[in-house]
Design a protein around this ligand. Structure first.
Ligand SMILES: *Cc1c(COP(=O)(O)O)cnc(C)c1O
Length: 353
C-alpha cells in the first residue's frame, strides 16, 4: 500500500516534558489522512500535524456524523514498540461506522496508517513504564452541505499523542456517582458505538458530578434507571463474593476492548465470571453485606481503574477501604505486563512493530 508522505521539517518533541505527560495535550509531528469521495477511499497521506481547512457547512459540525477509536503504542522493555489488539479497534471502528452510515475502511488502510505514523514518530513513544503513545483514529463527514442526509464524502484520520496515566489519581481509586435524572444511552440508540454524540450527552451530567466532588458518572440504564451500564469512558466490573460480574452488551453499552481482554483473562484463570444485568440496588446491598470486594473500570486509557466510592441517592459505599484490590491489581499487572513485553502473550494480543 502506497502512502504519500510529506515529512515535517521540524519537531516539537523537545518542547514536551515527557516526565509530566498529561492526557491528550501534545501531538506527534505527523498526521495520517485518507479522503472518501465518489464511492471510494483515495490515496492515504501523511503530513505534518497542523490545522486543516474546512467550510463552515462541514456536515459533521452540524449533525455529528463521526466515529472515533483509541488505542496505544507501548515501548517495551526490549525496546520494541507494541500495539495492543489493533484488530479489535478496526472491527469496532467499522461496526460504529455502519450505525453512523459512514463507509467502512479496510484493515490495511487502518493498520498501515498506524504503523507508518508510529514509525515516523517513533521518538514520541515514551520510554517510561506506564506512559505510551495514544493513537486516535477517527472519521468524519466532510460534505459542505446543510441539508440533513448522509454525507457523500468523508475524511479518515489518525493522530497520536504521548500520554501518562489517564487519571491524575493514577491507580488510586476514583469516586463515582449515579446519573440521577440523566441518561447516556438507550438500547437502539448510539450507546454501543464510539461516536462523539455519546460524549456530548455525558458532558453536562459529568460537570454536575465534578461539582459534587466525583470523578465520573456511573450510568444507569435509560429506561428503568436501575441497571448499571458503564462509566462513560470505561466499562465497569464488580467482584462480588469472588465472582467477577459485568453488565452484558445489549446495545447501550460500548463493547470495550479492555472489557473483552479482562473477560478472556478471567476465563483463562478460571475466575468465576458472570455477564449479567446488575442493579445499583444489588451493588449497594452487597456492599452493606460486605460481599462487594472490588469495583473497577476498564478502558484503553487507564486499563484498570479501581473504584473506591460509589454514591447513589443519599448513600455512599466505600469499596476495599478506598484502595485497589487484588483482582484489579492482578489484571492491571497482567495486561500492562503484556503491553510492555514483560509477560508472555498467550492470546497473541500484542502486535510488535
Ligand atoms: C472507548 C470506551 C470504552 C472503553 O473501551 P476500550 O476499547 O476498552 O478502550 C468504554 N466506554 C465508552 C463509552 C467508550 O467510549
Amino acid at each position: 500500500m502506497k502512502i504519500s508522505v510529506r515529512k515535517s521539517k521540524k519537531t516539537t518533541r523537545n518542547e514536551v516534558d515527557f516526565d509530566n505527560l498529561e492526557f491528550g495535550v501534545h501531538f506527534s509531528d505527523h498526521m495520517y489522512f485518507v479522503d472518501y469521495e465518489n464511492g471510494k477511499w483515495g490515496t492515504p497521506h501523511i503530513e505534518p500535524y497542523g490545522p486543516m481547512k474546512m467550510y463552515p457547512a462541514l456536515s459533521t459540525l452540524h449533525y455529528g456524523q463521526a466515529v472515533f477509536e483509541g488505542l496505544k503504542a507501548f515501548r517495551g522493555i526490549d525496546g520494541k514498540i507494541r500495539l495492543f489488539r489493533p484488530d479489535k479497534n478496526h472491527e469496532r471502528h467499522n461496526m460504529s461506522c455502519e450505525r453512523m452510515c459512514i463507509p467502512a475502511i479496510s484493515y490495511e488502510l487502518f493498520l498501515e496508517g498506524i504503523k507508518k505514523l508510529v514509525e515516523l514518530d517513533h521518538a514520541w513513544v515514551p520510554e517510561k513504564r506506564g506512559c505510551s503513545l495514544y493513537i486516535r483514529p477517527f472519521v468524519f463527514a466532510t460534505d459542505n452541505f446543510l441539508g440533513v442526509r448522509v454525507s457523500y464524502t468523508y475524511r479518515f484520520m489518525i493522530i497520536a499523542s504521548p500520554v501518562g496515566a489517564y487519571y491524575k489519581e493514577g491507580l488510586n481509586p476514583v469516586k463515582l456517582i449515579t446519573s440521577g435524572e440523566f441518561v447516556r444511552a438507550v438500547k437502539g440508540g448510539l450507546g454501543a458505538v464510539k461516536t462523539p454524540a455519546n460524549y456530548a450527552a455525558s458532558l453536562y451530567p459529568g460537570e454536575v458530578a465534578k461539582k459534587k466532588g466525583f470523578t465520573q458518572v456511573l450510568w444507569l440504564d435509560g429506561i428503568e434507571n436501575r441497571y448499571i451500564e458503564e462509566v462513560g469512558t470505561m466499562n465497569i466490573m464488580f467482584v462480588i463474593d469472588g465472582t467477577l460480574v459485568t453488565p452484558p452488551l445489549e446495545g447501550s453499552i460500548l463493547p470495550g476492548v479492555t472489557r473483552n481482554s479482562v473477560i478472556s483473562l478471567a476465563k483463562h484463570w478460571g475466575l468465576p465470571l458472570e455477564e449479567r444485568k446488575i442493579t445499583i440496588d444489588e451493588v449497594m446491598s452487597e456492599a452493606k453485606k460486605e460481599r462487594l470486594q472490588e469495583v473497577f473500570g476498564t478502558g484503553t486509557a487507564a486499563v484498570i481503574s479501581p473504584v473506591g466510592w460509589i454514591q447513589h441517592n443519599d448513600n455512599t459505599i466505600t469499596i476495599h477501604n478506598g484502595e485497589i484490590g487484588p483482582v484489579s491489581q492482578r489484571l492491571y499487572d497482567e495486561i500492562t505486563g503484556m503491553q510492555y513485553g514483560e509477560k508472555a502473550d498467550p492470546f497473541g494480543w500484542c502486535l510488535v512493530l
